[in-house]
Design a protein around this ligand. Structure first.
Ligand SMILES: C[S@@+](CC[C@H](N)C(=O)[O-])C[C@H]1O[C@@H](n2cnc3c(N)ncnc32)[C@H](O)[C@@H]1O
Length: 205
């Protein structure tokens, strides 16, 4: 484990305007795309560059994972069973509320890569989740987080809603650093023919 860099989030940063249990909002399946085709292509190209393959965990997943080709073994974790059943690439599907329990429910060193797409803004205890993502990664494994400028505003944390794209990149970088469990994160805006795509990625330390 690296040394956590002290990052403080202001009071109320992780509040949400809909504070109800996430099972209420995510109980109904949404078989929709959360970003447009250009942005999906951008995320796929990014995953190709990062080398998302092997045993992959798609954290906060729905019915589509955005790799260009299916990884050797894909595990998806999200809130809605029907959505994840529609994810035909998945070998394993786990319904788990990371805001009720930030532990990622897998053994140490289970994955080569963990990805989290268009969802990091919904986490109310992200630093604990990021630290536990490092635990389930193999040595050298990477955690790749992508996001755009769209969200479900009632479920995103207040700190996210209070800033802009550059602020979101700083927030995710801070989550990595505060976890103390990763090498230095690399943040970038990715080329996209549609919705903007931002990515922050770091190797497990
Ligand atoms: C905007 S969708 C993004 C889905 C997918 N990652 C994508 O890129 O299309 C948000 C996803 O976050 C998941 N999610 C939201 N809150 C969660 C929580 N507390 N624990 C686990 N997953 C959660 C939901 O199941 C949903 O699939």
């Amino acid at each position: 484990m690296g040394t956590p860099i002290s990052v403080s989030f202001p009071a109320g940063f992780f509040d949400r305007s809909d504070p109800r249990d996430d099972t209420v909002f995510y109980g109904m399946p949404r078989l929709v795309q959360h970003i447009d085709e250009g942005a999906i292509a951008s995320v796929s190209a990014y995953y190709d560059e990062v080398g998302v393959d092997g045993d992959v965990l798609d954290l906060m997943s729905s019915w589509v994972s955005h790799m260009s080709t299916p990884p050797r073994r894909l595990t998806v974790l999200g809130m809605n069973d029907a959505e994840m059943r529609a994810n035909t690439w998945a070998h394993e599907r786990v319904v788990h509320d990371l805001n009720a329990d930030p532990r990622v429910p897998f053994d140490d060193g289970s994955f080569d890569t963990v990805v989290c797409s268009m969802s990091v803004d919904y986490l109310t205890d992200p630093v604990s989740v990021f630290r536990d993502v490092a635990r389930v990664l193999r040595p050298g494994g990477k955690f790749a987080v992508t996001f755009s400028n769209r969200c479900f505003p009632t479920k995103a944390v207040r700190g996210w809603l209070s800033t802009d794209d550059a602020g979101h990149v700083r927030i995710v970088t801070d989550y990595f650093r505060a976890s103390g469990a990763f090498g230095e994160p690399v943040a970038e805006e990715r080329p996209s023919a549609g919705d903007p795509v931002f990515a922050v990625c770091a190797p497990r330390s």
